[in-house]
Design a protein around this ligand. Structure first.
Ligand code: ADP
Length: 607
């Protein structure tokens, strides 16, 4: 026999002994007091009810039977015998035993229910979540330990208070909407903000469930809240960090983003977009109207058309346009927009980006200008190459003019003058002279724009500008340009022409690297060598076969299918015109180095 069974039996024996003694004592007292059957039976019933709180149904049956025996013996005639003669007495005893069993079972059930409720309440106290129950009037009827911990009010302080007044609840939706959902589904979940006893605020994830009685009538709402204040804070700071990164990335990429709600026409924009439009994100508003007003007059009709099409046709759009900012500067924008579709594919808005391409446009413009200048310089160089032939051309009309003049002299001989012939000879002289003048002025016109513009320049500045001009091309060809620039004294030079030489040498290096696999690098070095500034451009490209080195600088020498063979000869004539030297050397193990040396300005005596 197990220990627990022995303990149970012991408890039962003690209870029965106690119960029977209590019933006997009650019977004896009632008898001594000379009470009748009814009064004695009520007294015994009370004792049985008390005893029933202590144990099971069997005990109640036992106690009821003992009480019936006592009643029969002392209060039902003939007294002091177990005999019953009248039907009435029998009925009274039967009624007593039924009443006793019904009442004790009801009492036990009520007690069990109370125990269950108490156990549940104890469980609710164990959870860390705050749990409270509100009745239909919103008053708190239950307030667990977790609620005490979270909000700071003790159970007895909270009970009876209107919950949402006490906690100053901030709802995420109108209260009517929440109630509506609660009534419809029996549940609601959402985030609330509560104010604690100490005045601080807590954000809670709240779950509500409707409480009903057995008949399905609403009796209140059970609200379970878990504190997510810290999580919220962490989320917010993460969001802030991400927003800061995004803003920084947009600033570096000069790209703003925006979204547009089609139904309201409301536009929201990132700080970078405000900056691009010359606005302050903190103070100003960026609306569609403002964007349209800022569009450059020449692009206005186009942008209006884009906006019209965007409103009717959900599609991706990509377009370039210009704006005029409040300060009056013109900015070039490249915009991309993507439609946002709602349920059943309806167009609800757009997300988009706008990249400020002004600087890129300027760089492209400068590069084009540089190309134009280079073309001009090549023209000048060709002209210098062609000067000899032009001189030859001029000799023809001049010799003819001299011959015609001699003839005219003869025809005007006073001995036998022939004025007709003389006039014809003079007319020929005029046309010979006109032709010569035309040849000369054509040559001069071609030379005019290429005149050397001497100014004091820093070679390193020129190299840096050239590298910047070529950065787009370098990226396209996956070549990295490295510069090793030592500080060098100033020189007297034509900035544009010198830049064209550097550009030309680097572009040649790019060409030489075209067929090379792996890393493609061009190195530009500058250094002072005695009285000269040396600049070199080296590559690891196809290199220079020895038989080629001597011919590289010849006009029209090229090994490229689309080459002109003029770049190096022009470059050399520019460097020579500056009093310098340009030459090429093969690189070890591969590639070529082109370098030029330019005289520095005479130093001012110091002291
Ligand atoms: P183009 O490049 O138009 O042919 P250039 O005068 O610039 O005319 O160059 C003449 C030739 O010199 C090129 O066709 C090429 O064969 C050679 N050359 C120039 N630069 C390099 C270099 N960095 N590496 C190898 N060969 C080069």
């Amino acid at each position: 026999m197990s220990d627990s069974l022995i303990a149970q039996l012991r408890h039962l024996a003690a209870l029965w002994l106690f119960g029977v003694t209590a019933l006997a004592a009650t019977t004896w007292v009632c008898f001594q007091l000379g009470l009748g059957f009814e009064a004695a039976s009520f007294s015994l019933l009370i004792v049985i009810v008390f005893l029933s709180l202590m144990d099971s149904l069997i005990s109640s049956v036992v106690f009821s039977l003992v009480a019936v025996v006592g009643l029969d013996y002392y209060f039902v005639p003939p007294l002091f015998t177990p005999l019953i003669f009248s039907k009435q007495d029998l009925w009274a005893l039967a009624t007593f035993i039924v009443a006793s069993l019904v009442i004790t079972s009801l009492v036990r059930r009520t007690r069990r229910l109370a125990d269950t409720v108490r156990d549940r309440a104890r469980l609710l106290d164990l959870t860390h979540d705050s749990v409270f129950v509100r009745n239909l009037g919103g008053e708190i009827t239950y307030w667990n330990h977790g609620a005490e911990q979270l909000y700071g009010w003790r159970n007895e302080e909270a009970i009876g208070k209107v919950a949402h007044d006490l906690l100053q609840t901030v709802f995420p939706l109108p209260f009517e909407e929440i109630s509506h959902e609660l009534l419809a589904s029996g549940h609601w979940e959402g985030e609330l903000v509560h104010t604690k006893r100490d005045g601080s605020r807590a954000t809670v994830a709240s779950r509500w469930s409707l409480q009903t009685d057995e008949r399905g009538q609403r009796i209140g709402t059970l609200e379970t809240n878990s504190d997510i204040t810290e999580r919220k804070r962490a989320e917010e700071s993460l969001t802030q960090i991400q927003a800061a990164h995004l803003t920084e990335a947009q600033r570096m990429g000069r790209t703003g983003s925006w979204s547009l709600d089609m139904s309201s026409g409301v536009m929201s924009a990132s700080p970078e977009l405000f900056r691009i439009f010359g606005l302050d994100a903190e103070k100003d508003e960026l609306t569609q109207d403002f964007v349209l007003k800022s569009v450059h007059p020449d692009d206005h009709a186009f942008i209006e058309e884009v906006m019209r099409r965007r409103a009717t046709t959900a599609a991706d759009y990509e377009y370039d346009f210009r704006i005029v900012t409040a300060e009056g500067t013109i900015r070039h924008l490249h915009s991309v927009s993507h439609p946002v579709l709602g349920e059943s594919g309806v167009l609800v808005g757009y997300f988009g980006t706008a990249m400020d391409t002004t600087e890129r446009k300027h760089a492209e413009e400068a590069l084009r200008q540089a190309h134009d200048d280079l073309a001009r310089v090549s023209r000048v160089s060709i002209i210098s190459e062609l000067t000899a032939s032009l001189a030859h051309e001029i000799i023809q009309p001049i010799s003819a003019a001299v011959a015609n003049a001699r003839a005219a002299q003869r025809w005007l001989d006073p001995e036998a003058p022939d004025l007709e012939e003389a006039r014809a000879a003079v007319a020929a002289i005029v046309s010979n002279g006109t032709l010569a003048a035309e040849i000369v002025s054509r040559t001069r016109r071609l030379f005019e724009r290429g005149a050397l513009q001497g100014e004091v320049v820093e070679v390193n500045d020129i190299i840096r500008e050239a590298v910047q001009l070529l950065s787009g091309e370098a990226a396209r060809q996956a070549v990295s340009i490295r510069t090793f620039l030592e500080s060098t004294p100033e020189i007297l030079a034509d900035r544009v022409q010198l830049q064209q030489v550097v550009v030309n040498l680097v572009l040649n290096a790019f060409d030489a690297l075209k067929e090379v696999d792996g890393k493609k690098e061009v190195a530009i070095r500058s250094q002072l060598d005695g009285e000269q500034v040396m600049v070199s451009v080296s590559d690891t490209g196809e290199g220079l076969p020895p038989e080629m080195v001597d011919r590289l600088f010849e006009t029209f020498f090229t090994t490229k299918p689309r080459g002109t063979g003029m770049g190096l000869s022009i470059s050399r004539s520019i460097i020579t015109a500056h009093g310098g030297r340009l030459w090429a050397e093969p690189n070890n193990p591969r590639g070529a180095t082109f370098q030029f040396a330019l005289p520095i300005l005479p130093q001012q005596p110091t002291g």
